[in-house]
Design a protein around this ligand. Structure first.
Ligand code: PEP
Length: 258
C-alpha cells in the first residue's frame, strides 16, 4: 500500500446471490464499510440484484459494480447490458476482462479495451483484470502476458488518466484455488504493471490502483496488501460470506492506520 492511493476492496459475487438474499449480505458489508473510513468498498453482484441493492444502499458508503458490460451502447445484442444501463441502475464500477470472461465467453484483449472505453464514456469506472495462467507462469511468460494484455487497453486508460479506474492483477492459477500468490510474486507483478504504465504515462502509473485478486482471505490480506504496489484486492469466494469478507476489510483498513 502507498498512502498516496486510497485502498479499494471489491467483492466479485460471480453467479451467486442474484435475488433478495443479496440484501442481507450487502447490508452487512455496508455496516462494516461505514466503520472503515479511508477504505473504498465495492460489491459486484449479478445483474439481477443491482436495482434492489442500489435502492438498499442509497446514500451509504458501499459502491455498486457490475461483473461485465457490452462494448456497444444499444442494439441487437441479445442478453447483453450496456454501460449506460449499468449507470442508470446505480453502478459506479464495472469489472472488465475477468479471466472467466476471457476463458469461457471469448473476451479478447481488444474487446476488453472496447469495454473499458464504453465504461469511461458512460462515466463508469472500469476494473480491468489481467493475469497469467498456470501454464504461462511455468513457461516463464508471466510478464509477457501482462504486457500483451496491458498493451491492448493502455491507450484507453491513458486517454482517461484522471477518471476513476483500477487494474486487477489476477493470476488465473490463484483464482478460486485457495493458492494465493505469495507477497513477493504479487509485488513483482504489480511493480511491473506500474512500471509498464509509467512508460506511457507517469501520471497514470502514480495514481492508478492496482488490486490483487486470487484466493484472498482474512489470513493473507495483510501480507498481500502490505506490498508497496498493492492498493487493494478483488475478492471472489470470500466476498459472499460476511464472516470471510469482514476480516479482509478490517485487515486492509488496519494497514491504512499503520
Ligand atoms: C475472482 O474471481 O476475481 C477471484 C479473485 O476469486 P477468488 O477470490 O475466489 O480466488
Amino acid at each position: 500500500m502507498n498512502p498516496s492511493r486510497r485502498p479499494l476492496i471489491a467483492g466479485n459475487w460471480k453467479m451467486n446471490l442474484g435475488g433478495p438474499e443479496s440484501i442481507g449480505l450487502a447490508s452487512g458489508i455496508a455496516r462494516v464499510a461505514r466503520e472503515l473510513a479511508g477504505l473504498d468498498v465495492v460489491i459486484c453482484p449479478p445483474f439481477t440484484a443491482l436495482a434492489a441493492l442500489a435502492a438498499e444502499l442509497d446514500g451509504g458508503p458501499l459502491r455498486l459494480g457490475a461483473q461485465n458490460v457490452h462494448s456497444k451502447t444499444s442494439g441487437a445484442f441479445t442478453g447483453e447490458i450496456s454501460a449506460d444501463m449499468l449507470v442508470a441502475t446505480g453502478c459506479t464500477w464495472v469489472i472488465v476482462g475477468h479471466s472467466e470472461r476471457r476463458q469461457f465467453f471469448g473476451d479478447t484483449d481488444s474487446w476488453v479495451a472496447e469495454k473499458a472505453q464504453a465504461a469511461f464514456k458512460a462515466k463508469l469506472a472500469p476494473m480491468v483484470c489481467v493475469g497469467e495462467t498456470e501454464a504461462q507462469r511455468e513457461a516463464g511468460e508471466t510478464l509477457a502476458v501482462l504486457e500483451r494484455q496491458l498493451n491492448a487497453v493502455l491507450p484507453v486508460l491513458v486517454a482517461h488518466a484522471r477518471a476513476p479506474m483500477a487494474i486487477a492483477y489476477e493470476p488465473v492459477w490463484a483464482i478460486g484455488t485457495g493458492k494465493a500468490a505469495g507477497p513477493a510474486d504479487a509485488e513483482e507483478a504489480h511493480a511491473f504493471i506500474r512500471k509498464y504504465i509509467a512508460g506511457t504515462s507517469e501520471e497514470l502509473a502514480a495514481r492508478v490502483r492496482v488490486l490483487y485478486g486470487g484466493s484472498v482471505t482474512g489470513a493473507n490480506a495483510r501480507d498481500l496488501l502490505g506490498c508497496a504496489n498493492v492498493d487493494g484486492a478483488l475478492v471472489g469466494g470470500a466476498s459472499i460470506a460476511i464472516e470471510k469478507f469482514e476480516p479482509i476489510l478490517r485487515a486492509s483498513h488496519a494497514l491504512t492506520l499503520s
